[in-house]
Design a protein around this ligand. Structure first.
Ligand code: GLN
Length: 310
């Protein structure tokens, strides 16, 4: 039997540290609906030895946002080899903010540098739309529920708010159309709507700990069901390590040392190779779009428990 490393005391200390930083950073307000969240929430959920353990506001639901990009790429890998996908989206770290237009303009062959920035995720949705057509969002929601260990739904309000404030995402998709990266008959509205709905799926840290467990356990969930293959899990962990916190990924590697994916809803899901799960939540973000308290809580846990893979 492995010794429990996530003791109540350690989790409590981490949460207290997270609370101390709650006033730092700012909630995302470029999507007006996200500005309405209660910014004082903070939570940690872990899965260890098959048991879920949480502290703080672990039942509070928030939008998954960019964390869903991991799931979108996993669905793309079910249909295409990574080598094929690389004609449309790279696997290179980004050096600019997650919605940067200039990075797309300047990238090699003008393809999005990776699937975890907005341009990259939007093109992945366009690729999925070609496969699943009007069923695309249902397929995404079903796969997301599998990753999260629970049937989930999306927030109509947040999806609508994303749509109404989607100026930059529209710029990105039109630029990809202009460059011929997407065919001219691409169903722009359908693709964007699907992307907005996917980002608006509601989750809590317990769900994200389950997702973390699946990716950390080579694709097998708590019930023993294969959600993704071991190779797909390895690709996701690699991309999370190099691209998961955008242009902060180098800093994150030094501070925390775990593959991870953040979202502007305030969640961070990590991955390891330890058959454990670890996820955090706190809505205020640093300037890169990563949960401010969340990063600090993970840094604390990583230092205390020697979690860094590097
Ligand atoms: N829905 C958000 C957007 O399109 C996702 C961004 C994020 O979480 N980094 O901007």
């Amino acid at each position: 039997m492995r010794t429990i490393i996530y003791t109540d005391e350690i989790l409590e200390e981490a949460l207290n540290l997270g609370r101390k930083y709650l006033h730092e950073g700012a909630v995302a307000d470029y999507i007006p609906e996200l500005a309405k969240v209660n910014a004082n929430k903070v939570a940690i959920s872990v899965i260890e030895d098959g048991n879920l353990k949480s502290i703080g506001d672990s039942k509070v639901r928030f939008s998954i946002q960019s964390i869903v990009k991991v799931i979108l790429y996993s669905l793309a890998m079910k249909n295409y080899k990574v080598a094929e996908l690389k004609k449309y989206v790279g696997v290179r770290p980004s050096a600019k903010p997650f919605n940067s237009v200039i990075e797309l303009e300047l990238s090699e062959k003008r393809i999005p540098v990776n699937p975890f920035i907005n341009a990259g995720a939007i093109i992945i949705v366009a690729i999925l739309y070609n496969v699943y057509r009007e069923k695309t969002f249902d397929v995404i929601l079903e796969k997301t529920s599998e990753f999260l260990g629970e049937e989930v739904d999306y927030s109509r309000e947040i999806a609508q708010s994303e749509k109404e404030s989607s100026f930059t995402n529209r710029t990105l998709i039109y630029l990809m159309l202009a460059k011929g990266l997407l065919p001219s008959d691409t169903k722009v509205e359908e693709v964007l709507d699907t992307y907005f709905k996917a980002c608006s799926i509601l989750v809590n840290t317990e769900n994200l700990a389950h997702m973390s467990y699946v990716i950390s356990n080579d694709g097998i969930d708590l019930e023993g069901k294969e959600i993704i293959t071991p190779r797909e899990a390895r690709v996701l962990r690699s991309l999370m390590a190099t691209c998961g916190t955008y242009d902060y990924s180098g800093d994150f590697a030094i501070r925390v040392g775990l593959p991870a994916k953040s979202g502007v809803g305030g969640g961070i899901v990590t991955a390891s190779k330890n058959k454990t799960g670890l996820a955090v939540y706190a809505p205020r973000l640093d300037k890169h779009g990563n949960s401010y308290s969340g990063v600090r809580m993970l840094e604390f846990l990583s230092n205390e428990l020697d979690l860094s893979i590097y």
